[in-house]
Design a binder for this molecule. Structure first.
Ligand code: ATP
Length: 432
């Protein structure tokens, strides 16, 4: 078996997409006259691996690709290099493609390579980390620009052994003559197809925003990408979508929707550039700031010594109402990436809600709020002469339950796990 890892081929302005380059390489491997004459496709799978979403060099979703194929590694290297050289948008100086090829079985790559893949999903690695490993295992490799793409390419090679949880994406590509033009897609057909595929197929649309989430807005070659837990179901949904002709399509095995980026942590030790699951308590009333972003302070329990700001940014839309419904003292588990000392919320679980508040008593006779009767002298109604010893407990109306809440599909990060996938430790409020 040969594993071809590649990364960093696209440009935010100029387009392209590493999934497309991988699909092209896979196609060439399948019809290469030099490969074995057996009629079956030598490509067993193509993996789309999302790496640490916090790395600053990413174009969009920090994707890296690996092709598993029963072909000669030298031949695979030549074909992949040829496709990368002609397709990668190297005119953009921020595009630094990398290619790594091994004759190892994907299941038995050396443990330091699978460990590298795990770290690439949660930490920051250097080009030197990647080249040292590539050299130590004598892997074939090629790169352009500063060669940063070799980090993702090597991580993609190690990912099959590093991860056990996989989902699927069925990507349909446009004819190259249409790249950059508006996509012609029948909006209703996407919603109908999404409804039929749910819950095996998720994040296809956002009903609240009336948005076809599966259709990108970028100038690249993708027409739509359908994500889900079942390989047949994602393809069925894709086939039901009406619109411009599909030039080609491919199924990818992915770590999307798995929360692979999250680590269990503590507020005290949470640091920038990593993503966490953290337990604590709301320490300030949520505040909506300019631009519609909602913030609150989160603190450790019981000491309250460590604090971290949490944010639901404007693009998270209706999720912000969940955050605005929080009150000081609520116990939560929050999930998201920390950047500039702020955790960008992806989802949270309410563990314990503050259900009462201490408030100034009202007069039982006239129902007006009592006034202070002086320091340490309780409260008094000046009109009726009634009195109370101190503040009283009042029941609060809460709009939240002890459940998991998530951002809507339109704001989901590729790697973040939608609640509909299940396996959470409390009831879930799924957004769709
Ligand atoms: P593309 O479709 O081109 O893959 P992208 O959004 O996935 O776009 P890239 O253009 O691949 O982003 O840029 C990400 C760069 O960061 C790549 O060069 C990759 O090798 C590198 N990279 C990925 N993960 C890490 C990491 N954990 N530490 C350091 N660098 C990383």
């Amino acid at each position: 078996m040969t594993v071809v890892g590649l990364d960093d081929t696209d440009s935010r302005e100029r387009g392209m997409c590493t999934t497309y380059v991988a699909a092209q390489i896979a196609e060439r491997l399948a019809c290469d006259p030099a490969s074995d004459s057996s009629p079956s496709d030598p490509v067993s799978r193509v993996c789309l691996v999302r790496l640490n979403p916090a790395v600053p060099y990413k174009t969009r979703g920090n994707a890296a690709l690996a092709i598993h194929a029963d072909v000669d590694p030298d031949r695979a290297f030549a074909i992949a290099r040829d496709r990368l050289e002609s397709l990668a948008e190297t005119a953009d100086e921020r595009t630094n493609p990398g290619l790594v090829v091994t004759g190892d079985e994907p299941e038995t790559v050396p443990t330091d390579v699978s460990a590298f893949a795990k770290r690439a999903i949660r930490e920051h690695l250097s080009i030197a980390d990647a080249t040292a490993l590539i050299d130590s295992h004598d892997y074939r490799s090629w790169s352009a620009g500063n060669g940063r793409g070799r980090i993702g390419a090597l991580a993609a090679i190690g990912s099959w052994q590093a991860r056990s949880e996989w989902t699927y994406e069925y990507i349909s590509y446009r004819d190259s003559s249409r790249w950059g033009d508006p996509r012609a897609i029948d909006h209703e057909s996407v919603f109908d197809a999404a409804a039929r595929g749910y819950p095996d197929v998720w994040d296809t649309v956002d009903r609240g925003e009336d948005e076809t989430v599966c259709v990108p807005h970028t100038p690249g070659p993708i027409l739509h990408g359908i994500r889900g837990d079942d390989p047949d179901a994602v393809q069925e949904v894709a086939n039901r979508i009406e619109g411009e002709p599909v030039a080609s399509s491919r199924l990818f095995v992915t770590n999307q929707g798995t929360d692979a980026h999250l680590r269990n942590g503590t507020i005290e030790r949470a640091s920038d550039g990593r993503a966490y699951r953290l337990d604590g308590r709301v320490a300030s009333e949520p505040e909506t700031r300019r631009g519609g972003h909602v913030f609150f302070t989160f603190e450790s329990v019981p000491a309250g010594e460590s604090r971290l700001e949490c944010a639901a940014f404007e693009p998270t839309k209706r999720f912000r109402d969940r955050i605005r419904a929080l009150r000081t003292g609520d116990r939560l588990t929050v999930c998201g990436e920390v950047a500039d000392g702020t955790l960008k919320l992806e989802k949270f679980a309410v563990r314990d809600l503050v259900r009462t508040e201490r408030t100034t008593p009202t007069c039982p006779a006239c129902e007006r709020t009592m006034k202070s009767a002086g320091r340490d002298q309780g409260y008094r109604c000046r009109d009726c002469g009634t009195s109370a010893e101190g503040k009283v407990e009042r029941e609060l109306d809460r709009d939240l339950e002890e459940e998991w809440y998530e951002v809507p599909p339109c704001a989901r990060r590729h790697i973040a796990k939608p609640l509909v996938r299940g396996g959470f430790d409390a009831p879930t409020r799924c957004e769709r």
